[in-house]
Ligand binder design. Structure first.
Ligand SMILES: NC(=O)c1ccc[n+]([C@@H]2O[C@H](COP(=O)([O-])OP(=O)(O)OC[C@H]3O[C@@H](n4cnc5c(N)ncnc54)[C@H](OP(=O)(O)O)[C@@H]3O)[C@@H](O)[C@H]2O)c1
Length: 325
């Protein structure tokens, strides 16, 4: 694995150049503010109707329409939802300068063909491995969030240098920039979201909670056991790795985990993970995401509503109001 740190990165490829950040949501806001604080000249590109215009301006950022921001920039960062990046790219492509650099924070749109970048452009990826809020708070604390980087097109010979300088300017190189590819980043990230931390874990927590409640355990105790301890194990794994986490818990917990873990995550779960991986790799997931956006997100809206009406959400609200300072 090739990991590059701040001290080994030349910041000059961004000096005297202008960056347009298209989008001011989770990543757009954090990256724009980090770039500004790193002394980079930036403009935030937004739709005319955007309510984020006022927010960005209040934070001291220059704001322009998508076309004008794009036309004025040497580096254009595509920080809007992945599933609409194809439409956004088609809108701004005529305004991109010859030989400009086009950046992404996820490999999906380019790898799965939603965006087919013009031939004269440099195309790079800086994918911070965490949410924008943490990217910003780490930067302000003098730290950074690890990120993957890659180059899909190098037409000027500077794509690599620009990608690394960009990763440095948003603070990620303080933690480290890991060399990857658009394909590897997209597949690994989507697989994790579908099957592991964001898809698998919440379903495991819910199944555990419901099993205990159905067996007569009080919902509050079931919630505290099955959901409330997640933060503790996450912190232990983060600090010590999985083996170190095991050594930090009681023999009882460790023995139970040794017997129960493989019994729950057996061969059939691993087989289903392979099926999910196949759906990611084949582009089936990316196509479904695109169709979801074209239909105005019917499945996502229904899933959000269903999640809110789960009994465990009431338990969370009760426990939260009782235990918060
Ligand atoms: N969420 C994260 O923290 C995170 C972490 C790592 C990587 N990423 C990657 O970062 C990129 C941005 O993700 P995000 O979560 O930051 O997105 P997001 O918060 O959903 O982006 C919101 C912004 O996109 C703009 N937007 C939405 N639809 C648009 C359209 N049709 N045309 C033009 N602008 C539109 C919104 O405009 P308005 O202001 O007009 O509403 C808003 O400014 C994605 O590639 C994602 O995979 C995200």
């Amino acid at each position: 694995m090739e990991l590059t740190r701040e001290k080994d990165i030349d910041p000059s490829p961004l000096e005297g150049r202008k960056v347009a950040v298209l989008g001011f949501g989770n990543q757009g806001k954090a990256q724009a503010l980090n770039l500004k604080d790193s002394g980079i000249e930036i403009v935030v590109g937004l739709r005319g109707s955007s309510l984020n215009r006022a927010v960005a301006q209040e934070l001291g950022l220059k704001v322009a329409d998508l076309a004008d921001a794009t036309a004025s920039a040497d580096v254009v960062m595509m920080l809007s939802p992945d599933e609409i990046l194809g439409d956004l790219y088609r809108e701004v492509e005529p305004h991109l300068q010859q030989g400009a650099a086009l950046g992404f924070s996820h490999g999906l749109a380019v790898h799965f063909g939603l965006v087919a970048p013009r031939d004269d452009l440099d195309v790079f990826l800086i994918a911070p491995k965490g949410p924008g809020t943490a990217l910003r708070s780490l930067y302000k604390a003098g730290k950074g969030m690890i990120a993957l980087w890659a180059v899909a097109q190098d037409r000027t010979g500077s794509a690599r240098a620009i990608a690394l300088a960009y990763g440095r300017a948003i603070g990620c190189a303080r933690a480290g920039l890991i060399a990857s590819s658009f394909e590897e980043e997209a597949v690994a990230d989507l697989f994790n979201e579908n099957a592991v931390v964001w898809g698998g874990v919440p379903e495991l927590l819910r199944a555990g909670f419901e099993t205990l409640v159905e067996a007569g355990i009080s919902p509050e105790i079931a919630y505290m056991e099955c959901v409330g301890e997640l933060k503790l194990i996450a912190e232990l794994i983060d600090a010590r790795g999985i083996a170190g986490m095991r050594e930090a818990i009681s023999n009882t917990a460790e023995f139970g985990a040794m017997l129960g873990g493989p019994a729950i995550i057996g061969p059939e779960v691993r087989q289903r993970m392979k099926t999910v991986l196949q759906s990611v790799r084949s582009g089936e997931f990316a196509r479904a995401l695109r169709a979801e956006a074209q239909g105005d997100y019917p499945k996502l809206k229904a899933a959000r509503k269903a999640a809110r009406s789960q009994p465990m959400e009431d338990v969370f609200a009760r426990l939260d109001s009782m235990t918060r300072d």
